[in-house]
Design a protein around this ligand. Structure first.
Ligand code: SAM
Length: 338
């Protein structure tokens, strides 16, 4: 056997769910929030605070230390700089919402990935006769809040980059189609005081939008337009965005939404599509490709796509100019100018 060859990468990836689930359980148990509240704790105090059995406590905490998700100094466990900033539920920078949803729903649904790969069918609530993703999530206010907070956290990095990189000074009005709580609109409005606009989303999202937008004092410039994007027209604005929308739907639905955006824009107006856009060669953006498998798990026909795919659909809809631009991590935007 070649001495340079090692199964390490294979084993690390294959058993990656051990580490993943350990982190998800730490978030579920509120470990990071507890330590942020109390300060460093020893093993006994931390296990009592989280109601962890004595058999598992030190292995659980020390595994998190070894994974870089907790510090231990002279027997006292404390948050790392990252876990303190991003995993303390009391901080506005909390990104655990998406991970809470991953823990409650996706972790078990991904357990039947092989079945989904074979039959091409969703593996979430739909499988046991339940409704689609949005009905399942939106039927319960607690899951809805978790989902919306999760989306805000997941999209925050990309939203800041869209606010920074898109030429907003050339435009005045903006509507985020399926804009959820208002994560993107708020970042755009904060960075560009001349912009007014808002979010078009399902009526049930309205109170969450109000609370979020008011927390930035942006309620005079941003409004909520309730509606279903498969019924009627999109609201008119100089710039429309769709962030993590198109990947939820099949190709005909994707084209229908792009057509509606085209119709709602003025001449010279812009559509911004934000997703974990897959690289054109489909070999680098692993997160984008796995996100597409997540759409298999979650939706009847959704899939992620490359920048070239999306630019092609925009051109077919009539957009005269299109381009792809990287945002951050796995996220890119595709821009179409009418
Ligand atoms: C995956 S989230 C994306 C949220 C946000 N754009 C982002 O990138 O973080 C999808 C959004 O589409 C909205 N949505 C789903 N179906 C819709 C429909 N038929 N009409 C309007 N909005 C819808 C959901 O309420 C949700 O806010």
């Amino acid at each position: 056997m070649n001495d340079d060859l090692s199964p390490e990468k294979i084993m690390q990836l294959g058993l990656g769910f051990w580490g993943s689930k350990t982190l998800l359980s730490a978030i579920e148990l509120g470990l990071y929030t507890k330590i942020a509240e109390t300060g460093p704790l020893d093993c006994e105090a931390l296990s009592q605070a989280l109601e962890i059995h004595s058999r598992s406590a030190s292995d659980f905490f020390d595994a998190l230390v070894a994974l870089g998700m907790l510090n231990r100094d002279q027997g006292l466990y404390s948050n790392t700089t990252e876990t303190d900033l991003f995993l303390d539920r009391e901080k506005p920078s909390y990104v655990g919402g998406m991970l809470e949803m991953a823990n409650h729903r996706l972790y078990k649904f991904w357990g039947s990935l092989t079945e989904g790969l074979k039959n091409g069918q969703p593996q979430n609530e739909i499988k046991s006769g339940g409704e689609g993703l949005f009905d399942a999530v939106y039927g319960n206010p607690a899951t809805l809040k978790e989902f919306l907070k999760g989306m805000t956290g997941l999209s925050m990095g990309a939203n800041v980059e869209v606010a920074r990189k898109f030429p907003w000074k050339e435009y005045k009005t903006f509507m985020d189609i399926g804009g959820a709580e208002g994560g993107l609109t708020a970042q755009v409005a904060l960075a560009h005081p001349h912009i007014t606009g808002g979010v078009f989303d399902l009526p049930v999202v309205h109170p969450f939008f109000e609370e979020y937008v008011e927390s930035f004092g942006l309620e005079d410039r941003l409004e909520f337009r309730p509606g279903n994007f498969f019924e009627g027209f999109f609201p008119k604005a100089d710039v429309l965005a769709m962030g993590h929308i198109l990947h939820d739907w099949n190709i005909d639905e994707k084209r229908e939404l792009i057509d509606k955006a085209y119709k709602a824009l003025p001449e010279g107006g812009a559509l911004i599509v934000i997703e974990s856009i897959i690289d054109d060669d489909r070999r680098e953006n692993a997160f984008g490709l796995l996100m597409s498998l997540n759409m298999l798990i979650e939706t009847p026909g959704g899939f992620d796509f490359t920048g070239a795919d999306c630019q092609g659909w925009l051109k077919d809809a009539g957009f005269r100019e299109t381009r792809s631009e990287h945002l951050i991590g796995p996220a890119s935007m595709v821009i179409g100018i009418k």
